[in-house]
Design a protein around this ligand. Structure first.
Ligand code: HEC
Length: 205
Protein backbone atom coordinates (compact mmCIF):
# COMPACT_ATOMS: atom_id res chain seq x y z
CA UNK A 1 0.00 0.00 0.00
CA UNK A 2 2.75 2.40 0.79
CA UNK A 3 4.65 3.09 -2.36
CA UNK A 4 6.94 5.93 -1.63
CA UNK A 5 5.92 8.45 -4.26
CA UNK A 6 8.73 9.38 -6.52
CA UNK A 7 7.59 12.94 -6.93
CA UNK A 8 7.41 13.64 -3.17
CA UNK A 9 10.08 16.28 -3.48
CA UNK A 10 7.99 18.22 -5.95
CA UNK A 11 5.07 18.70 -3.54
CA UNK A 12 6.09 18.86 0.11
CA UNK A 13 2.46 18.60 1.26
CA UNK A 14 1.98 15.21 -0.35
CA UNK A 15 1.99 12.41 2.23
CA UNK A 16 3.86 9.28 1.40
CA UNK A 17 0.99 6.83 1.44
CA UNK A 18 -1.29 5.80 -1.31
CA UNK A 19 -4.66 4.00 -1.10
CA UNK A 20 -5.33 2.38 -4.45
CA UNK A 21 -3.99 5.44 -6.17
CA UNK A 22 -5.68 7.92 -3.86
CA UNK A 23 -3.19 10.17 -2.14
CA UNK A 24 -3.45 12.73 0.58
CA UNK A 25 -2.25 16.28 0.99
CA UNK A 26 -1.28 17.44 4.46
CA UNK A 27 -2.97 20.84 4.26
CA UNK A 28 -2.90 23.07 7.29
CA UNK A 29 -6.33 23.78 8.79
CA UNK A 30 -7.47 27.37 8.25
CA UNK A 31 -6.76 29.49 11.33
CA UNK A 32 -10.36 30.64 11.73
CA UNK A 33 -11.43 27.01 11.91
CA UNK A 34 -8.89 26.17 14.58
CA UNK A 35 -9.87 29.22 16.69
CA UNK A 36 -13.53 28.33 16.39
CA UNK A 37 -12.76 24.78 17.43
CA UNK A 38 -10.97 25.92 20.57
CA UNK A 39 -13.63 28.46 21.40
CA UNK A 40 -16.23 25.66 21.28
CA UNK A 41 -14.08 23.51 23.53
CA UNK A 42 -13.74 26.24 26.12
CA UNK A 43 -17.43 27.13 25.93
CA UNK A 44 -18.69 23.53 26.24
CA UNK A 45 -17.84 22.76 29.91
CA UNK A 46 -19.28 26.08 31.09
CA UNK A 47 -22.46 25.52 29.18
CA UNK A 48 -22.69 21.93 30.36
CA UNK A 49 -22.49 23.14 33.95
CA UNK A 50 -24.90 26.00 33.35
CA UNK A 51 -27.52 24.07 31.42
CA UNK A 52 -27.45 20.55 32.79
CA UNK A 53 -25.73 20.54 36.17
CA UNK A 54 -26.84 23.68 37.97
CA UNK A 55 -30.49 23.72 36.94
CA UNK A 56 -30.29 27.08 35.25
CA UNK A 57 -31.36 25.76 31.93
CA UNK A 58 -33.08 22.48 31.20
CA UNK A 59 -34.69 21.76 34.57
CA UNK A 60 -35.97 25.29 34.93
CA UNK A 61 -37.26 25.16 31.36
CA UNK A 62 -39.05 21.86 31.93
CA UNK A 63 -40.58 23.27 35.09
CA UNK A 64 -41.73 26.31 33.18
CA UNK A 65 -43.17 24.17 30.41
CA UNK A 66 -45.10 22.11 32.98
CA UNK A 67 -46.56 25.25 34.54
CA UNK A 68 -47.49 26.63 31.13
CA UNK A 69 -49.05 23.31 30.15
CA UNK A 70 -51.11 23.15 33.36
CA UNK A 71 -52.23 26.74 32.83
CA UNK A 72 -53.22 26.10 29.20
CA UNK A 73 -55.15 22.99 30.25
CA UNK A 74 -56.93 24.96 32.96
CA UNK A 75 -57.93 27.64 30.43
CA UNK A 76 -59.05 24.93 27.96
CA UNK A 77 -61.14 23.16 30.60
CA UNK A 78 -62.75 26.44 31.64
CA UNK A 79 -63.71 27.20 28.02
CA UNK A 80 -65.07 23.69 27.62
CA UNK A 81 -67.16 23.70 30.79
CA UNK A 82 -68.49 27.14 29.92
CA UNK A 83 -69.67 26.03 26.48
CA UNK A 84 -71.09 22.78 27.91
CA UNK A 85 -73.00 24.78 30.53
CA UNK A 86 -74.29 27.12 27.80
CA UNK A 87 -75.42 24.16 25.72
CA UNK A 88 -77.11 22.41 28.64
CA UNK A 89 -78.84 25.65 29.59
CA UNK A 90 -80.41 26.15 26.17
CA UNK A 91 -81.44 22.57 25.28
CA UNK A 92 -85.14 23.34 25.80
CA UNK A 93 -85.09 26.17 23.29
CA UNK A 94 -83.31 24.15 20.58
CA UNK A 95 -85.07 23.31 17.37
CA UNK A 96 -84.18 20.63 14.85
CA UNK A 97 -82.13 21.95 11.99
CA UNK A 98 -83.31 21.65 8.38
CA UNK A 99 -79.95 22.59 6.91
CA UNK A 100 -78.87 19.94 4.38
CA UNK A 101 -75.20 20.02 5.39
CA UNK A 102 -76.06 19.63 9.09
CA UNK A 103 -78.45 16.77 8.35
CA UNK A 104 -75.82 15.05 6.20
CA UNK A 105 -73.32 15.22 9.04
CA UNK A 106 -75.99 13.94 11.43
CA UNK A 107 -76.70 11.04 9.10
CA UNK A 108 -73.02 10.15 8.94
CA UNK A 109 -72.81 10.16 12.74
CA UNK A 110 -75.97 8.09 13.00
CA UNK A 111 -74.66 5.49 10.55
CA UNK A 112 -71.33 5.13 12.29
CA UNK A 113 -72.33 5.43 15.95
CA UNK A 114 -76.02 4.77 16.43
CA UNK A 115 -77.14 2.32 13.76
CA UNK A 116 -75.59 -0.75 15.46
CA UNK A 117 -78.23 -0.41 18.18
CA UNK A 118 -81.02 1.53 16.46
CA UNK A 119 -80.63 0.04 12.94
CA UNK A 120 -79.55 2.10 9.92
CA UNK A 121 -83.18 3.03 9.21
CA UNK A 122 -83.72 3.73 12.95
CA UNK A 123 -86.40 1.02 13.10
CA UNK A 124 -84.94 -0.28 16.37
CA UNK A 125 -82.82 -3.25 17.39
CA UNK A 126 -81.23 -3.15 20.85
CA UNK A 127 -82.36 0.44 21.14
CA UNK A 128 -85.94 1.52 20.44
CA UNK A 129 -87.51 2.49 17.14
CA UNK A 130 -86.90 6.21 16.66
CA UNK A 131 -89.44 6.64 13.84
CA UNK A 132 -92.72 6.00 15.65
CA UNK A 133 -94.86 7.98 18.05
CA UNK A 134 -93.88 5.99 21.11
CA UNK A 135 -91.21 7.61 23.23
CA UNK A 136 -89.66 6.33 26.43
CA UNK A 137 -87.95 9.59 27.34
CA UNK A 138 -90.25 12.16 25.82
CA UNK A 139 -91.26 13.13 22.30
CA UNK A 140 -89.75 16.59 22.03
CA UNK A 141 -86.61 17.40 20.09
CA UNK A 142 -85.08 18.60 23.38
CA UNK A 143 -85.91 15.23 24.96
CA UNK A 144 -83.98 13.46 22.21
CA UNK A 145 -81.03 15.86 22.56
CA UNK A 146 -80.94 15.33 26.31
CA UNK A 147 -81.17 11.54 25.95
CA UNK A 148 -78.29 11.48 23.47
CA UNK A 149 -76.16 13.85 25.59
CA UNK A 150 -76.76 12.28 29.02
CA UNK A 151 -77.72 8.73 27.98
CA UNK A 152 -79.52 6.16 30.07
CA UNK A 153 -76.54 4.01 30.72
CA UNK A 154 -78.27 1.51 33.01
CA UNK A 155 -80.74 0.87 30.14
CA UNK A 156 -78.06 0.53 27.47
CA UNK A 157 -78.12 4.00 25.90
CA UNK A 158 -74.67 5.60 26.06
CA UNK A 159 -74.07 9.10 27.38
CA UNK A 160 -72.48 10.53 24.26
CA UNK A 161 -70.97 13.48 26.11
CA UNK A 162 -68.67 10.94 27.75
CA UNK A 163 -67.77 9.50 24.35
CA UNK A 164 -66.33 12.86 23.31
CA UNK A 165 -69.32 13.89 21.21
CA UNK A 166 -69.62 17.66 20.95
CA UNK A 167 -72.88 19.57 21.50
CA UNK A 168 -72.95 20.54 17.81
CA UNK A 169 -72.69 16.88 16.81
CA UNK A 170 -75.50 15.91 19.16
CA UNK A 171 -77.70 18.58 17.57
CA UNK A 172 -76.76 17.30 14.10
CA UNK A 173 -77.62 13.68 14.85
CA UNK A 174 -80.78 14.62 16.77
CA UNK A 175 -81.89 16.77 13.83
CA UNK A 176 -81.24 13.87 11.48
CA UNK A 177 -83.27 11.33 13.50
CA UNK A 178 -86.00 13.95 13.73
CA UNK A 179 -86.41 13.73 9.94
CA UNK A 180 -87.00 9.97 10.27
CA UNK A 181 -90.13 10.37 12.35
CA UNK A 182 -93.09 8.88 10.53
CA UNK A 183 -90.84 7.14 8.00
CA UNK A 184 -92.37 3.71 8.85
CA UNK A 185 -89.38 1.43 8.35
CA UNK A 186 -90.12 -2.25 7.63
CA UNK A 187 -90.32 -4.69 10.57
CA UNK A 188 -89.85 -2.05 13.27
CA UNK A 189 -89.11 -2.94 16.84
CA UNK A 190 -92.44 -3.01 18.73
CA UNK A 191 -93.34 0.11 20.64
CA UNK A 192 -91.82 0.35 24.11
CA UNK A 193 -94.18 2.84 25.61
CA UNK A 194 -97.93 2.37 25.74
CA UNK A 195 -98.89 6.00 25.29
CA UNK A 196 -98.28 7.21 21.73
CA UNK A 197 -97.49 10.90 21.31
CA UNK A 198 -97.99 12.40 17.90
CA UNK A 199 -94.68 14.03 17.05
CA UNK A 200 -94.32 14.23 13.31
CA UNK A 201 -91.75 16.56 11.81
CA UNK A 202 -94.55 19.13 11.67
CA UNK A 203 -94.32 19.66 15.41
CA UNK A 204 -92.32 22.85 15.04
CA UNK A 205 -93.91 24.17 11.88
C1 HEC B 1 -75.23 0.40 22.67
C2 HEC B 1 -76.50 0.57 22.02
C3 HEC B 1 -76.93 1.97 21.66
C4 HEC B 1 -76.25 2.88 20.89
C5 HEC B 1 -74.88 2.73 20.24
C6 HEC B 1 -77.11 4.02 20.78
N1 HEC B 1 -78.26 3.83 21.47
FE1 HEC B 1 -79.81 5.14 21.65
N2 HEC B 1 -80.74 3.86 22.89
C7 HEC B 1 -80.31 2.60 23.24
C8 HEC B 1 -81.25 2.02 24.18
C9 HEC B 1 -81.12 0.63 24.79
C10 HEC B 1 -82.24 2.98 24.41
C11 HEC B 1 -83.43 2.87 25.33
C12 HEC B 1 -83.04 3.40 26.69
C13 HEC B 1 -84.14 3.20 27.71
O1 HEC B 1 -84.88 2.19 27.62
O2 HEC B 1 -84.21 4.02 28.62
C14 HEC B 1 -81.89 4.13 23.57
C15 HEC B 1 -82.65 5.28 23.51
C16 HEC B 1 -82.42 6.32 22.61
C17 HEC B 1 -83.28 7.46 22.45
C18 HEC B 1 -84.55 7.73 23.21
C19 HEC B 1 -85.69 6.99 22.59
C20 HEC B 1 -86.99 7.19 23.34
O3 HEC B 1 -87.88 6.38 23.09
O4 HEC B 1 -87.09 8.10 24.14
C21 HEC B 1 -82.73 8.23 21.47
C22 HEC B 1 -83.29 9.53 20.93
C23 HEC B 1 -81.52 7.58 21.05
N3 HEC B 1 -81.33 6.42 21.77
C24 HEC B 1 -80.66 8.08 20.10
C25 HEC B 1 -79.41 7.53 19.84
C26 HEC B 1 -78.41 8.17 19.01
C27 HEC B 1 -78.61 9.46 18.25
C28 HEC B 1 -77.33 7.37 19.03
C29 HEC B 1 -75.99 7.60 18.36
C30 HEC B 1 -75.28 8.81 18.71
C31 HEC B 1 -77.64 6.23 19.87
N4 HEC B 1 -78.90 6.38 20.35
C32 HEC B 1 -76.77 5.17 20.09
C33 HEC B 1 -79.18 1.97 22.79
C34 HEC B 1 -78.20 2.58 22.02
Amino acid sequence: MSNKPKDNQEDPLLLDHDYDGIRELDNKLPRWWVYLFWCCNIFAPFYLGYYHLFAKGSIAEVGQMRTEYAEEMRIGDAIKSKSVAEFEGKVDSLEPSKDAAILARGQATFRSKCSPCHRPDAGGLVGPNLCDDYWIHGPKFADNVRTIWNGFESKGMLAWKKQGMKPAEVIEVASYIYTLRGSNPKNPKPAENTAPVKTGPSEFE
